[in-house]
Design a protein around this ligand. Structure first.
Ligand SMILES: *Cc1c(COP(=O)(O)O)cnc(C)c1O
Length: 445
């Protein structure tokens, strides 16, 4: 499939070289640089439905979907129409607008939150939720899980310290140790570590933050009842439970991960963060929750938080159009497409003798290049990265654009039709064999 419009006179390789001269690593978000898999990132010129077209004129089935947001596929006609109409009336006023009220109502209707505040990125959402939790409780300590990603918030760019200490160490230069001194990191899906950290520090803990179902170390679903245990433990100790649904929100299911557990088990997080799908491909994110907690936020309360482009009318129009079009049929379609691909992965990987483990939550799934259940970050790390690299490049050469990292969710959309899925299925056998060869070779070395 080739889209209309001129092909750029320069290809991905030339553009990458140009980009590297003026931008660190040539990219504006690190994973895009292909560092984990090697090779040259493709510069995408256009996208439609399930397909990406690069500046070199190649088409790819997109299994990244902008890292989650494009739930309906690219350039959905009704989203485009709503956005185009909104743009024709100006792009930002710095005043309250209609679409932000409508999007807030839509989100409050779909989820267990009572009030919501819009921001421009998932990072801003988690950062603001943490500040609000600290302001509300008058406590400083935050608990997070190893392998959960919450954006590049200073206090959350922390990893588990060595030995018995759960106190965090910074995971990047540029974050002073003092900024993570109040962050405690524990392993995911580990009720004993949870009990221990709350037994020792419970009275100082402002909040526990977790990915509602981790998708940033590959998909690692919460064990049955784990999120409920988190909610109960937080309540017992007067801490807030922050469920980060930036990835899972309106993606894992119509009601996000909460629709898969909390809705049935009868609990709700104190605060939830959203992003990705709710922005419909524009920079929009949100945090929300209990009315009494949210009312501590400025201007109702004393906890300061603001944003020049927060609730931007174009972004909220795109998000609103996306959520209104995200019907049960869309989720059913994505589920069915995922089942087809998962079955083909199982079949082709087994035939190639390639160890693998598929994990899913709702419509989200990922493939680990190892055998056995993956319950936490240590388990996720025990997979074969050389096997993934070989697999990734074989798929890319066959026209399938997977995430350029073994630790990511494979994203589908309502636009992944039979032709797109068939392209994936056709590419799998050779890619599985290439991965199996790389796996065996890395074992021998
Ligand atoms: C993507 C993501 C974020 C960060 O969102 P940005 O918009 O990239 O800042 C935070 N939390 C989770 C769970 C995410 O997947």
């Amino acid at each position: 499939m080739t889209s209309a419009g001129p092909v750029s006179p320069t290809g991905s390789a030339d553009l990458f070289a140009r980009a590297q001269r003026v931008t660190p690593g040539g990219v504006n978000s690190p994973v895009r640089a292909f560092n984990a898999v090697g090779g040259t990132p493709r510069f995408i010129r256009s996208a439609r439905g399930a397909w990406l077209t690069d500046v070199d004129g190649n088409d790819y089935v997109d299994l990244i979907c902008s890292w989650g947001p494009m739930l309906l596929g690219h350039a959905h006609p009704q989203v485009q129409e709503a956005v185009t109409e909104a743009v024709s009336r100006g792009t930002s006023y710095g005043t309250p607008t209609v679409p932000e009220v409508e999007l807030a109502e839509e989100i409050v209707t779909r989820t267990p939150i009572e009030k919501v505040r819009f921001v421009s990125s998932g990072t801003e959402a988690t950062m603001s939720a943490i500040r609000l939790a600290r302001g509300f409780t008058g406590r400083d300590t935050i608990v997070k899980f190893a392998g959960c990603y919450h954006g590049h918030v200073d206090s959350l760019l922390a990893q588990a310290g060595s030995g018995l200490a759960t106190h965090a160490v910074t995971s990047t230069p540029g974050v002073p140790e003092a900024f993570v001194a109040e962050t405690l990191v524990i392993p995911y899906n580990d009720p004993q570590a949870l009990a221990a950290v709350f037994a020792e520090h419970g009275h100082k803990i402002a909040a526990l933050i977790t990915e509602a179902a981790p998708g940033n170390m590959g998909v690692v679903p919460p064990l049955p009842g784990f999120n409920k245990l988190l909610a109960d433990t937080c309540r017992e100790h007067g801490a807030l439970f922050i469920s980060d649904e930036v990835m899972t929100g309106f993606r894992a299911s119509r009601q996000g991960q909460w629709g898969l557990d909390g809705a049935h088990e009868g609990w709700r997080p104190d605060l939830i963060t959203f992003g990705k799908v709710m922005g419909g491909g524009f920079p929009a994110a949100a945090f929300g929750g209990r009315a009494d907690v949210m009312s501590r936020l400025s201007p109702e309360g004393p906890v300061y938080q603001a944003g020049t482009l927060s609730g931007n009318p174009i972004a909220t129009t795109a998000g609103l159009a996306t959520l209104r079009l995200a019907t049960d049929e869309v989720y059913d379609h994505i589920t069915a497409a995922g089942e087809t691909i998962k079955a083909a992965v199982t079949e082709t990987f087994t035939a190639a003798g390639l160890p693998h483990r598929i994990q899913a939550t709702g419509t989200m799934f990922s493939v680990f290049f190892r055998d056995g259940e993956v319950r936490n970050f240590d388990d996720a790390n025990a997979q074969s990265l050389p096997a993934y690299t070989a697999f990734f490049h074989s798929m890319l050469d066959a026209g399938v654009y997977l995430p350029p990292s073994a630790y990511e969710t494979w994203f589908l959309s309502g636009a992944h039709d039979d032709r797109a899925i068939q392209t994936v299925l056709d590419a799998l056998p050779a890619a599985a064999r290439a991965a199996a060869a790389a796996f065996d070779q890395s074992r021998e070395n």
